[in-house]
Write a protein that binds this ligand. Structure first.
Ligand SMILES: [Zn+2]
Length: 108
């Protein structure tokens, strides 16, 4: 998977085309990413017993093909490239400015 949680993306297709957001969840097996507040659908639910009914808004995951990573260095939508370090580790780079795309700290 080329995209990670915390990456800023641009939606390139679908009803929210042109919107930006941060990836909240990556569903690797299905090649989907969930971006809070993007691709929101209204869902009507009936109340059952103590549960109240009403209209709920849920974000649906987007196919990876419909989003582009926004490079944190040049702020442009870009494709992700890879560079292999001397240590054998791969790092993600921006294909436009060739700078490294840092993985956000996820120490929580
Ligand atoms: Zn860049």
């Amino acid at each position: 998977m080329k995209l990670h949680i915390g990456d800023t993306i641009l939606v390139t297709a679908g009803k929210d085309k042109g919107r930006q957001g941060q990836i909240g969840k990556v569903i690797k097996a299905k090649n989907l990413v969930l971006v809070p507040e993007v691709n929101v659908y209204k869902k009507t639910r009936r109340g059952y017993g103590d549960q109240k009914g009403g209209v709920f808004e849920i974000s649906r995951p987007l196919p990876v093909a419909n989003v582009a990573l926004i490079c944190p260095s040049c702020k442009k939508p870009t494709r992700v490239g890879y560079r292999v370090l001397e240590s054998g580790q791969k790092e993600r780079i921006c294909r436009k400015c060739k700078r490294q795309i840092n993985k956000k700290e996820t120490k929580q």
